[in-house]
Ligand binder design. Structure first.
Ligand code: PFF
Length: 464
């Protein structure tokens, strides 16, 4: 009964861990911000279509590859591509995934670290003082907090330590356990905040903004942004879902799991929007649509509400929890590569990889100081290539994830034979009536849509 790689305890463990990977800063920070920027309604419709038509099929593809091989991305491609067109060159997709995990984690953990600082600020009452004047809080955030190398380093290192701890204790004992504790908590805090937001006067307007589409305001850039974000938010394109899928057994239905994970991820993203837009509308403050809303505007509004101090603290704890289950999955992709391909023990792999990424991330953290702040930070990457931080983000989000996703779709749609993919999708599920639909989406719709992102990036017209 040796199980050197580890397995989830069952379906719930897997769903919670994978949902934990998907739900993160992408949902709570990035999605509300880009929805706001792209005028709500119609953007939300396109985003949901991108999740359903591109995200879900690629997630099924990743999980099936993982379960089939019981290996992380490099090994999975190596095994599945044997005797197929392209042969061992396909393992390059796995390498790209490892590189993406390394790169994203090295800046994601810096932002995640801010939630520790903000929780502390909220609990000690300092945030209330700063947030009394929006200009003071903005200045504090940009000129003092971001500009402080030691502070940026400290919180990043702390967050990486938590992340490494989660991965160190293994699939069931670490990753799953953290997700099983944090995900229900996260969900509960969100529900409390949604209920709270229904009592605010800005709630109705928030709902109209989100769910009343006006397609005349939709731009081509917004469509590409929705598509790119679908990737990031579902943790697709770098083998995170493939790796998590390599720890499941045959009794689990892959189509059902992919649908559930995607639904939960979308639900949480929409809940985050309801909360934030209700708060913003209620405040009457003219909010500039910048990426810093979460750390500059939201607290100024929250402190004015009854119970604001506590709400603020809850809010940052929530974001920190969500980020942690995502950083754990990023480190798991890198560590499982060392475990499967280099034959390292889990402890050695986690500590070494966690350590190297921490050091690399310190460079990112330090590159923030003095930078005129968050124009360079963009979780799915847009125009910005300022500084090390911006460059990491730009590379990962504009290149690694879309290219990885594109190749995964091609591989599962065109290289793997139908007998393999059908069997894997039906094991644990039974006859799959939607198989033809999945195959159509993975062969045509997903590559074309993702190809559009890649071409737009090459032409330098991304997300205008
Ligand atoms: N899905 C995470 C989020 O929305 O914040 C980010 C992420 C995690 C991307 C893991 C990729 C990944 F492999």
């Amino acid at each position: 009964m040796t199980d050197p790689r580890g397995h989830w305890s069952g379906r719930i463990g897997f769903i919670l861990a994978a949902t934990g990977s998907a739900i993160g800063l992408g949902n709570l920070w990035k999605f509300p911000y880009i929805t706001y920027e792209n005028n709500g309604g119609a953007f939300v419709v396109v985003y949901i279509a991108a999740i359903a038509l591109v995200g879900v099929p690629i997630m099924m593809a990743e999980i099936l590859m993982g379960r089939r091989t019981q290996l992380s991305p490099v090994g999975a491609f190596k095994v599945l591509a044997t005797d197929r067109p392209g042969g061992s060159a396909w393992q390059g997709v796995g390498w790209l995934g490892v590189l993406a995990g390394f790169t994203i984690l090295s800046y994601y953990s810096v932002v995640a670290g801010w939630t520790i600082h903000y929780t502390w600020l909220a609990l000690t009452g300092k945030l209330a003082t700063l947030a009394a004047d929006p200009a003071v809080l903005s200045a504090y955030f940009g000129n003092e907090f971001l500009a402080s190398g030691p502070q940026q380093t400290l919180y990043h290192v702390l967050f990486m330590a938590l992340t490494t701890g989660g991965v160190y204790f293994g699939v069931k004992g670490g990753i799953e356990r953290v997700a099983k504790i944090l995900m229900p908590l996260l969900f509960s805090i969100l529900v409390v905040m949604v209920i709270y937001s229904t009592t605010t006067s800005g709630f109705g307007e928030a709902i109209r903004f989100l769910f009343k589409p006006d397609f005349s305001t939709l731009t081509k850039g917004a469509v590409l942004e929705a598509l790119g974000h679908a990737f990031f938010t579902l943790s697709l394109g770098m083998g995170a879902m493939l790796t998590y899928g390599s720890y499941i057994g045959k009794q689990i239905s892959i189509p059902r799991a992919a649908l559930q994970i995607s639904l939960l991820d979308t639900l949480i993203a929409l809940m985050a929007c309801v909360i934030m837009f209700s708060i913003i509308n209620t405040s009457g403050i003219e909010v500039n649509k910048s990426a810093t809303i979460l750390f500059t505007t939201i607290p100024t509004v929250l402190v004015k509400l009854p119970g604001g101090g506590l709400l603020n603290a809850l809010f940052y704890i929530l974001i920190g929890f969500a980020a942690l289950t995502s950083t754990i999955s990023l480190l798991e992709v890198v560590s499982s590569f060392a475990i499967d391909e280099l034959g390292w023990s889990r402890h050695r792999a986690t500590v070494t990889m966690g350590g190297v990424i921490t050091i690399f991330g310190v460079l990112n953290a330090l590159s923030l100081g003095g930078n005129s702040a968050l124009t360079s930070i963009n979780l799915i990457g847009r125009e910005s290539t300022q500084g090390v931080f911006g460059t990491m983000d730009y590379l990962a989000s504009n290149w690694f994830l879309p290219v990885g996703g594109f190749l995964i779709a091609l591989f599962c749609g065109w290289i793997l034979n139908t007998a393999t993919t059908r069997k894997e999708l039906e094991d644990g599920h039974g006859p799959l009536t939607g198989y033809g639909l999945w195959r159509f989406l993975i062969r045509f719709v997903a590559p074309l849509a993702v190809g559009a992102i890649i071409v737009s990036v090459i032409l330098g017209k991304e997300y205008q």
